[in-house]
Design a protein around this ligand. Structure first.
Ligand SMILES: [Zn+2]
Length: 296
């Protein structure tokens, strides 16, 4: 197989934003306080937290990495989440500024893409802020880590912010994937990978921590720097670089291991641009990376 670094298979990488939120600093940066204490009583908020998704224009079609929020959660959270308790905890953890236009279709239109041209959607994990508006994408192939699907369908999954009623939709073309052996020395420390387009330009890597099944997406194409979309492995890049843990996460040991693997990848690929989904700097960093793109 050709080395993807020699092929200009990715034409553009864009970021979409489905609204902004506020979260507690104890949530984002960790805290010595017990979880329930800050969840119930923290009065401090960090504003301007973006909820991003990504659109990758590949030679063989448009690929999304996550779909962000559904505006319905902003207009009627109790109905969207299905319970008053869910609404209560949602408001203890997040405040949203999300308008009707903050949905995947309108955001894609703003980039010049038609939602109808989306060929594949890869989900980093299946939390509600990454799986909005799947009903706009019933024509596309939807790809999720099998382990995330197991988390979605388990009893009381809503307690962990998985909402099956908005994900497991009739007519949706879900494809569950598992990681496979990988022979690329750059990503060998991850142990396995999943090649989305069959040309190594869009490769998924296991990066557990935030959730057990979470994956990151490595983009590799001639004419642009390599990009790693890490979703919620870290809320901010600096946290990953400095081994800082957030206030919530399924497995902090796994998270630190994933941080270390990403840093090792950055050592092998010094130009690597690492983009978390809720980092205020992600949009500017991606713009900077794409300014370096040479159209071949
Ligand atoms: Zn998230």
């Amino acid at each position: 197989m050709s080395d993807p670094k020699d092929l200009p298979n990715i034409r553009s990488v864009r970021v979409g934003k489905t609204g902004e939120g506020s979260m507690h600093p104890e949530h984002r940066y960790g805290s010595r306080l017990p979880l329930m204490l800050w969840v119930l009583f923290s009065r401090r908020w960090i504003d301007g937290v973006p909820v991003h998704f990504f659109a990758i224009e590949h030679r063989d079609g448009l690929v999304l990495f996550d779909t962000g929020l559904d505006p319905a959660i902003g207009s009627n959270p109790r109905k969207y989440l299905g319970s008053a308790l869910g609404e209560f905890f949602l408001y203890r953890l997040f405040r949203w500024e999300i308008g009707p236009e903050d949905n995947v279709s309108d955001q894609l239109s703003g980039m010049g893409h038609d939602v109808g041209s989306v060929r594949k959607v890869v989900f980093s994990h299946l939390h509600f802020d990454h799986t909005g508006c799947i009903d706009h994408l019933l024509h596309a192939q939807l790809l999720a880590p099998r382990r995330e699907w197991q988390a979605l369908i388990k009893p009381k999954a809503e307690r962990d912010w998985y909402f099956r009623q908005h994900v497991d939709l009739p007519g949706a073309n879900w494809n569950l994937f598992e990681m496979e052996p990988c022979d690329d020395p750059d990503i060998a420390p991850f142990g396995s990978c999943f090649d989305v387009m069959g040309d190594r330009s869009i490769v998924l890597l296991p990066t557990p921590g935030h959730t057990a099944g979470s994956v990151s997406m490595l983009l590799h194409s001639a004419g642009m720097p390599p990009i790693l979309l890490i979703s919620d492995l870290a809320f901010e890049l600096d946290m990953l670089l400095s081994d800082r843990l957030p206030g919530v996460g399924e497995d902090f040991d796994a998270m630190l291991d994933s941080y270390a693997r990403v840093r090792a990848l950055k050592e092998r690929l010094p130009e690597l641009v690492i983009l978390p989904s809720h980092d205020m700097q992600t949009s500017a960093r991606l713009a900077g990376a794409m300014r370096k793109q040479v159209h071949l």
